[in-house]
Design a binder for this molecule. Structure first.
Ligand code: SF4
Length: 187
């Protein structure tokens, strides 16, 4: 009888720390980063074709929930990862910025695909030539459109940033300066 092959489950690596018989010690930054990286709530800001690839990424074949990120948020106030997918017209810029500003810290941003990253093929007066002209971006995913594997790769890079981010980063003068350079209030 042919049975269904059940893949072996894997256990993720523990954060950096000190292990001994019956105990494991680490620091707060690493414990928080470890928890956050597997509980990211994405907000899909999808305006065109790249959004369709994201829909495939959420489906059973690619199974985004393997990364703890299946809880999609359509409210910026309950999201910590803004995924911008598609062409962003200049008229749409202020809306995107408002969505970003409504997200609470800590928040991260992925520009998915050529349009969100650089305007893509639309080198024209009406299209924003990259969302980093209005909000800071953490990870850029290349492609027109990127395949779901590339979106997952970009997401895993965000997970890496989340895991390694210091709890103090958001209060640092460098971070405040970065936001101020985009005209975003920090208090
Ligand atoms: S990068 Fe290509 S696939 Fe993605 S929104 Fe732009 S034109 Fe569409």
């Amino acid at each position: 009888m042919s049975g269904i092959a059940i893949p072996k489950s894997t256990i993720v690596d523990a954060p950096e720390g000190l292990a001994g018989p019956g105990f494991f010690a680490t620091n707060l930054d690493k414990a928080v980063g470890y928890a956050r990286q597997y509980s990211i709530w994405p907000l899909p800001f999808a305006t065109s074709c790249c959004g369709i690839e994201f829909m495939a990424t959420m489906g059973t074949t690619y199974d985004f929930s393997r990364f703890g990120a299946e809880r999609i948020s359509f409210s910026p106030r309950q999201a910590d990862l803004l995924m911008v997918m598609g062409t962003i017209a200049k008229k749409m810029g202020p809306v995107l910025k408002q969505v970003y500003e409504q997200m609470s810290e800590p928040r991260w941003v992925i520009a998915v695909g050529a349009c969100a990253s650089s305007g893509g093929i639309f080198d024209t007066y009406s299209v924003l030539q990259g969302i980093d002209q209005i909000i800071p971006v953490d990870v850029y995913v290349p492609g027109c459109p990127p395949r779901p594997e590339q979106i997952i790769d970009g997401f895993m890079r965000v997970q890496e940033l989340v895991r390694n981010e210091s709890l103090r980063r958001r209060n640092s003068p460098e971070y405040k300066k970065l936001l101020e350079s985009y005209g975003i209030k920090t208090d």
